[in-house]
Write a protein of this length. Structure first.
Ligand code: HEM
Length: 232
């Protein structure tokens, strides 16, 4: 009985929705902190990063929760994809939106592709910044008499490289597509069927995806343009 519920596509869609919405909350929080990277002075960003590091076990608990949410989101997506492929071994010849709540579009068809690309981006991103050089490697700055990791310098140096700027820009555009469909579809999976709310959520998903995508995407572009003297 329990295994039947856990394997049902309705339950799996609810898991996708809840984990997806939690990840959107993380992304918005992350962007709010990273907004300080638009400032010419690195102190606010380094203070923010040091504040996070000072949370100690609370940060570890949040990181474990975040990793678990990502893994559950990915594992459930694979399960859903596999059961869909079993139900329809031969794919559609032509994709067409049936209108109304279907809204099949570019982003809905590319959820798997954009999801895999975003996973690749995350591996590179965390390796570069979270596990990148720290105090021992000389990335250190004095803030209010305290020696803290100069994460700002690492971010600025990374985005002097046009290859990384391009990778980030492409990844953030994909993030926008993924969020646009994911946000709207999460509410569908949670049973939101009211037509007025439905149309409002569809528009909100678009606005949210554009704001988040542009907010992140602007950081590497802004830093790169500043380093080349175009924006200064
Ligand atoms: C221009 C865009 C971005 C910049 C400049 C940026 C910057 C950073 C930096 C500097 C860190 C290291 C924080 C630390 O160690 O204290 C970090 C960590 C992280 N970032 Fe980003 N980020 C960006 C976009 C994203 C996006 C779009 C996602 C998710 C889809 C993301 C997910 C993460 C995760 C999961 C961590 C590890 C958090 C932790 O374990 O504490 N980042 N980011």
């Amino acid at each position: 009985m329990l295994s039947r519920i856990l394997c049902s596509s309705v339950f799996q869609k609810v898991i996708m929705a809840v984990t997806g919405l939690s990840l959107i909350i993380f992304v918005i929080t992350h962007l709010s902190g990273n907004i300080t990277l638009y400032f010419p002075d690195g102190t606010p960003f380094n203070k923010y990063a040091d504040f996070l590091a000072s949370l100690g076990w609370l940060l570890y608990a949040a990181e474990i929760g975040l990793v678990a949410t990502f893994l559950l989101h990915i594992a459930t997506a694979i399960q859903l994809k596999m059961s869909n492929s079993k139900a329809r071994p031969v794919g559609y010849k032509v994709y067409q939106s049936k209108g109304g709540p279907s809204k099949a579009n570019l982003s809905s068809r590319f959820m798997i592709v954009s999801g895999i690309a975003l996973l690749g981006f995350l591996v590179l991103h965390i390796w570069q910044f979270k596990y990148g050089p720290g105090i021992e490697q000389g990335y250190v700055v004095d803030i209010d008499g305290k020696q803290v990791r100069d994460l700002h310098r690492l971010v600025i140096e990374t985005f002097q490289n046009p290859l990384y700027v391009a990778i980030y820009v492409i990844s953030m555009v994909l993030l926008g597509f993924h969020l646009r469909h994911g946000f709207w579809s999460a509410f569908q999976s949670l049973g939101m069927r009211n037509p007025a709310l439905h149309s409002a959520l569809y528009k909100l998903a678009f606005v949210l995806a554009v704001l988040i995508s542009l907010g992140f995407l602007g950081i590497p572009v802004w830093i790169y343009l500043n380093s080349t003297g175009v924006a200064s």
